[in-house]
Design a protein. Sequence first.
Lengths: 335, 335, 339, 339
Amino acid sequence: MVENQKNIPFAFRHFTPEALRRALRKMHLIRLFEEGAEESYMRGLIHGTMHLSIGQEASAVASCMELTDADKITSTHRGHGHCIAKGADVGRMFAEFFGKETGYCHGRGGSMHIADVKTGNLGANGIVGGGLPIAVGAALTARRLGRDDVTVCFFGDGANNEGAFHEALNMAAIWKLPVIFVCENNRYGMSTPATYATAVKNIADRAVAYAMPGITVDGNDFSAVAEAMHTAVARARAGEGPSLIESLTYRWRGHSKSDRNRYRSKDEIEDWMSRDPIMRFRTDLIAHGVLDAAGAEAIEAEAKAAVAAGIDFARESPSPAITDVTKFVHAEAAA
Amino acid sequence: MVENQKNIPFAFRHFTPEALRRALRKMHLIRLFEEGAEESYMRGLIHGTMHLSIGQEASAVASCMELTDADKITSTHRGHGHCIAKGADVGRMFAEFFGKETGYCHGRGGSMHIADVKTGNLGANGIVGGGLPIAVGAALTARRLGRDDVTVCFFGDGANNEGAFHEALNMAAIWKLPVIFVCENNRYGMSTPATYATAVKNIADRAVAYAMPGITVDGNDFSAVAEAMHTAVARARAGEGPSLIESLTYRWRGHSKSDRNRYRSKDEIEDWMSRDPIMRFRTDLIAHGVLDAAGAEAIEAEAKAAVAAGIDFARESPSPAITDVTKFVHAEAAA
Amino acid sequence: MNAQTLFPEVQQREMSFAEAIRDAMAIALERDPTVILMGEDIGVYGGAFQVTGDLIERFGADRVIDTPISELGGAGVAVGAALTGLKPIFEFQFSDFAALAMEQIVNQAAKLRYMLGGEAAVPVVFRMPSGSGTGAAAQHSQSFEAWFGHVPGLKVVQPSTPADAKGLLLAALEDPDPVIIFEHKLLYKMKGPVPLGHYTTPIGKAAVVREGSAVTIVASAIMVHRALEAAAELAKEGIEAEVIDLRSVRPIDRATIIASVRKTGKLVCVYEGVRTLGVGAEISALIAESEAFDYLDAPIQRLGGAEAPIPYNPDLERAAVPQTPDILSVVRRLVRGEV
Amino acid sequence: MNAQTLFPEVQQREMSFAEAIRDAMAIALERDPTVILMGEDIGVYGGAFQVTGDLIERFGADRVIDTPISELGGAGVAVGAALTGLKPIFEFQFSDFAALAMEQIVNQAAKLRYMLGGEAAVPVVFRMPSGSGTGAAAQHSQSFEAWFGHVPGLKVVQPSTPADAKGLLLAALEDPDPVIIFEHKLLYKMKGPVPLGHYTTPIGKAAVVREGSAVTIVASAIMVHRALEAAAELAKEGIEAEVIDLRSVRPIDRATIIASVRKTGKLVCVYEGVRTLGVGAEISALIAESEAFDYLDAPIQRLGGAEAPIPYNPDLERAAVPQTPDILSVVRRLVRGEV
Ligand SMILES: Cc1ncc(C[n+]2csc(CCOP(=O)(O)OP(=O)(O)O)c2C)c(N)n1
Ligand SMILES: Cc1ncc(C[n+]2csc(CCOP(=O)(O)OP(=O)(O)O)c2C)c(N)n1
Ligand SMILES: [Mg+2]
Ligand SMILES: [Mg+2]
């Protein structure tokens, strides 16, 4: 029995079937949200640029499995997945992309600044590495206020070469703060391969420089990410300090809308696409009897409907008043 | 014979007696220079603040043993020792401290900016960590121009927590540039113990994060530093890339002139003072027959005379014209 | 001694500028458990300029937090803490090192409330020892207030007296948005009467520190004292200068400056930052576009820092920023119609 | 189309702003083996705005160097390289990210020659894609020219045409000191005639791009085009505006601006950076203190960016910076004596 248990991947031992089904739903929601955003962009409904996380869904969702609303995350320019994983409403997200008053940022932030501070999402960030010290500050607040919440700090392989990475990890370590650094290594920072830009093979090896645990996991393996996170979150909640998790994954789309993919081969992209993390998780769920094919289809269909409803909500929402350019610069004076 | 050789420390096998005597002279010169600067400061001849390197002489001199004028160094706010080790004239250094036109910076820079670009000293730096990326740039120049010079980048234990450290070491490593990072770990960044501020025990262990060799040596052991440098310089000249050397040492004086030493004990200071790196080297030189006691005295006396002459030169030198405030902001227009 | 912050009926004590700031921090730490101090060597060392002093002994290392030498990260930790419920006061050892943290101050702290559509707040205070005169040369003597004054989302103040140093810091802590406080290093030892207990000096209000009718001198930080010195001298010559202590760079107190220039018809701006694109440029421009324009009877004069880094040599260093004789000579020429 | 940089006798070709910059870099790489390019994704990707394009193919990865995402370190490497004999052109992917590198640009590059008493030089060029209008929101749309314009030791230019973009970059490379070039992102695709081969456009010289007698409009970067558009419209109404392309923020061309205002008696400054403490403040102040003051017959008008971060919503984004109708209305009111 114990032997048997060991052969079952962590996620299927640890989470309830209900939780696993919710995870699958979130992964589908992320994928469909990104596709919906892409299509809206093509149709001219969205302004600016966007960074899609298609292909990285398992990493985002597995990382947030054990977080409550009191726990915080800091995210990146490629943050839609994290946002949904932490519980955001896709309607308000689309509304933000459409620049509407009903958006998470009332149309002021757009894709790169979506946040929901009240439920612990401290926001995407337009600055690579910008969220790293902020996450440490959030963890400091938890410590100071005697709360046991943890902060999960997402960042990319490219961000790991920013000075902010070094300063943030060092401070988190010396103060033993409850923060988990999750590096989503999707092999490129824009066009620049991690193997070129980063002196060390595994980014998790840099944990040694901060005397914190570091682990590299297959970021497309839901259970592997969830297991590493479980250990790190428990450690953080117990006051034992930070961890660094490197989650190996891949983005299917270009870096942003203007990417011509000249730095990687079609073969490489197709190879990764053939190993879709959502289909992999779905297959595993079915294999472990968490749901059947029809159940999976229903979850996907339900996510599809939510995305469609979200886009409708966004389209129908009002735009901010043009005269409100300086609104929200400062707190409104108490009336 | 081979066995015997092995018992002889590196420096005494590797350097000529003449070179070793010059090294001793430089160490004395540094100590006496610092004492002269301190006294001049007390007597109101020097303005501002200064950071003395008394106690760290072996590290500075041993690090520069194998450098030519074509090789570069970048230094720090605690840079007098590096400057002398690289070959600066103490008269022009004093003149700079006295704010005189004959100083290395024509009185514009003072203690924190002494440089002599022509002989490869790219300068002290008032910004902790400021010299780290600059050193990498100097090494890039050598590579681009096909020269085999190396750059030695001095910095302190405090500086190793700056983001600039991380970015500089990473770039040096990925480009395999000829730079040697010498961290003079004197246990404190101002009042802050390295054991508090730095998450890892040995700063040299951070080399792992850049896939470069890292070594911790007794920085008060001339030969140990020289040996580590020899290996690193050879590696750099051979195009094999950077190294990180952590040189453990101690500053006898306070951080700067305003330090009340509240963060360390008298015992600790006295313990380190009882293990004076200059006396240690001098004793070793005598033990290995490089000179005798009288010869050592003569070297010290000669250094003393050079410092006295330097102070005289500085005192008698002219000050810059007050109307020249904006001179040197830009290159003079070609006449 | 700004009228706005002195309350004769309130008990007060003679304190140095540094002591007044420490007093404000102690009061804040006492009153509000979410207040923390962060910075390099602010603990046992007491701060590079001995401003935090013994606060670590009184409030412990949990609240008076020595950071590693990591300005970008340190400022970012303060931003993250402020975003999630603390009120950090972050000390840069010298304002020059804020150049390392512009990203967190300007791209994050200043913009988060706006980017997030009002759904977040970053009530952080950055303290910045600033200015020249200590012989520390080009990388330790800068005046960056114009940079921050250019950034929407920030508030920027420059106290010139101990009472204002305390009152503005306490006001900054009550402000729901990020506030930058420039503390001129040469003022730290200056003494003056400081009201005891908690009070605030409003951010965004200049102070008329001497009334006069012949010329308006708007000065900031240490220049206020030089302007007052010059005004006393000028009074002997029969020239009555009105001296305004700017106090707040962002928002700037247009009304007080405009009212004064309408009265005097002449304006001299005195500031230590580099002349070009410095605070005086804004003051000049706000007058030149205002209703006071019609009352101007002479060109607006700016006395700012030299177009050079701060030099080390002490005589050059003094020559690089406005001194009292410089103010005297520009006012005399202005009043005589020589400019 | 600035007179100063067009040589009718010289062969020229229609190029976009981005192509003109690339052409300048190619010429520099060709002529001078010490020139290198550095930046994020400037190699195979060709740069975020496709400015470096195919240069890596033509000059190799030794000279067109992709850096890791390390702005502070990257800028510092460029400074160190410049200090020791190379001439690096460093591209920030967006000027906003220069906030991470202020220490190396301002504390090091700008000051090294001075701090070292003239014994060193840092001939580095920093290219900064700048400004709003792309829907990239608050952290990717800033205009920082006022910050750098406030720093002695730097030169700061803002080309508005392809020909100037090329000529100013080549001039920057010949300059022995650090030069910052702001490239407005919305101009990259703008086309115009560009002389072939090597030439330089002098740094520090503004250009009168349209002559007129009723009002002087000093504009920078993309605002030059809006000002010209407004001037054409105003001409129909009988208002002849003189339009000056500022081109250089540091040093600023006082003589050209003063001469124009002496002639017109009215000044409008149009710039995209935040209004307060922006470039227009300096232009206004230099006129208010100059001999042109006596010729001014109306308050000086500043049209700058809103006192807000750049918003994401496209309508708000447009409303946050001056547009042609804003220029029209301010000039009309000025000419009618309504301000
Ligand atoms: C400080 C900073 N530098 C550069 C950029 C431009 N940029 C945006 S995303 C990106 C690549 C980031 O790579 P990585 O961290 O690996 O995240 P990924 O895009 O792969 O998810 C770059 C260079 C930026 N936004 N901020
Ligand atoms: C960026 C920056 N931060 C802070 C300082 C103030 N400061 C000067 S020296 C110093 C301590 C440096 O410690 P370390 O690197 O160990 O060198 P040491 O003084 O021990 O030689 C500090 C905090 C500075 N000059 N620059
Ligand atoms: Mg990546
Ligand atoms: Mg140290």
